[in-house]
Write a protein that binds this ligand. Structure first.
Ligand code: MN
Length: 363
């Protein structure tokens, strides 16, 4: 260890104030190498300069204190481990920000009255054609998925646990009320929230009947307003949009492996073959108060949407999904062909698909 420095000299060398250094000590982030028992003077080792600067940068980043301690502890042993921890932290910040950004965009559209404008007759009214198909697959005894498509609602749910089939069906049935209710203008957000509340109540009802079993369901659903699709999503079922020839996955899987991919701890290829790839971090289930993500999708004539359970996305390559969705003349043909592809790949899980085509309404 080099010669110890006074707090003043250390502050100048680290370009931090003595006040900041005292604070870092109080917070347990950077203790002086020596505190004189008589005078209370703090002395620092030159080797601590690196850590002092690191603490300052991490605080500037907004990292919570406990996490700064973790990064510093890792940094003392292994720079790469500290880098990985920092990368993981930042991925988490970005994921949280993305979820908030979606909700903010939804609210902006909502408050700007886009929705009520959309309810008025437009120059180019749109309509959807749709089809849904759910298949037990080749390995499972029962089908715990539910798929539905109607004039207003598209939905896929993938239940798990002993009551999984009832949970999935209950969640989708709860949303089906949206088919009948009609949409009061300016009220889309509340309508959706109520529908999600009914779905959650339905799943809880199933869970309460079998308290010793974890029961729940994913839910990916879109409500058609006439020019927009409001998306509700929780779990690892997916929604895709085909627009201008490109296929976009517009939902984010709420799975453990997707979190690890987001954090840079796992590659997408490793995630695809991970033994625990279906482990969910969020679902509609008993005792969990996770809120589904909400989003508004502006529809255009020519858009095609696919909602599917992981029984499709886990076994059929995305370029095959893309080709089928793009080339099928009718939604019914698309869902049949997608399920057939999953079965050709062994269909180890239940497979559900909903396809919708957005078209100009007939005059
Ligand atoms: Mn599944």
């Amino acid at each position: 260890m080099g010669e110890l420095m006074t707090i003043g000299a250390f502050a100048r060398a680290s370009r931090l104030s003595p006040k900041a250094l005292r604070l870092y000590d109080e917070l347990g982030l950077l203790a002086p190498a020596q505190v004189d028992p008589d005078s209370g003077y703090r002395r620092y080792a030159p080797e601590q300069l690196d850590q002092a600067r690191l603490v300052a940068w991490l605080r500037r980043l907004g990292m919570p204190l406990a996490r700064i301690r973790e990064v510093c502890a890792l940094h003392a042993r292994d720079g790469r481990a500290a880098a990985a921890e920092l990368r993981a932290y930042w991925a988490q910040v970005e994921a949280e920000t993305a979820a908030r950004r979606d909700l903010a965009a939804f609210l902006v559209d909502h408050l700007a009255g886009k929705e009520s404008a959309a309810m008025a007759p437009t120059a180019h009214p749109l309509t959807i054609r749709y089809a849904a198909l759910s298949d037990t697959g080749l390995v499972r005894d029962t089908n715990q998925d539910a798929a539905y498509a109607g004039d207003r609602l598209l939905a896929v749910a993938d239940g798990f646990g002993a009551g999984g089939a009832s949970a999935a069906a209950g969640a989708v049935d709860a949303l089906r009320q949206l088919e009948d209710d009609g949409l009061p203008a300016g009220n889309l957000l509340n309508v959706l929230e109520d529908a999600v509340g009914r779905a959650r109540t339905a799943v809880r009802g199933v869970a309460d009947a079998m308290p010793e079993e974890p029961v729940g369901t994913t839910l990916t659903a879109m409500l058609w307003t006439g020019s927009q699709l409001a998306l509700v999503h929780i779990g690892d079922s997916r929604a895709y949009l085909l627009r201008d020839g490109e296929l976009f996955q517009i939902t984010h899987d709420h799975t453990m492996v997707q979190s690890l991919v987001d954090e840079g701890r796992l590659t997408a290829e490793e995630a695809a073959s991970h033994p625990q790839r279906s482990l969910l971090v969020k679902a509609l289930g008993a005792g969990e108060a996770f809120e589904p993500e909400l989003r508004l999708q502006e529809a255009r004539a020519g858009d095609r949407y696919l909602l599917c359970s992981d029984g499709l996305s886990a076994v059929v390559a995305s370029n095959d999904v893309h080709r089928v969705v793009a080339e099928a003349a009718e939604p019914a043909a698309a869902v049949r062909e997608l399920v057939a592809l999953a079965r050709e790949s062994g269909a180890p899980d239940n497979v559900s698909c909903v396809v919708a085509h957005v078209r100009p309404a007939a005059a």
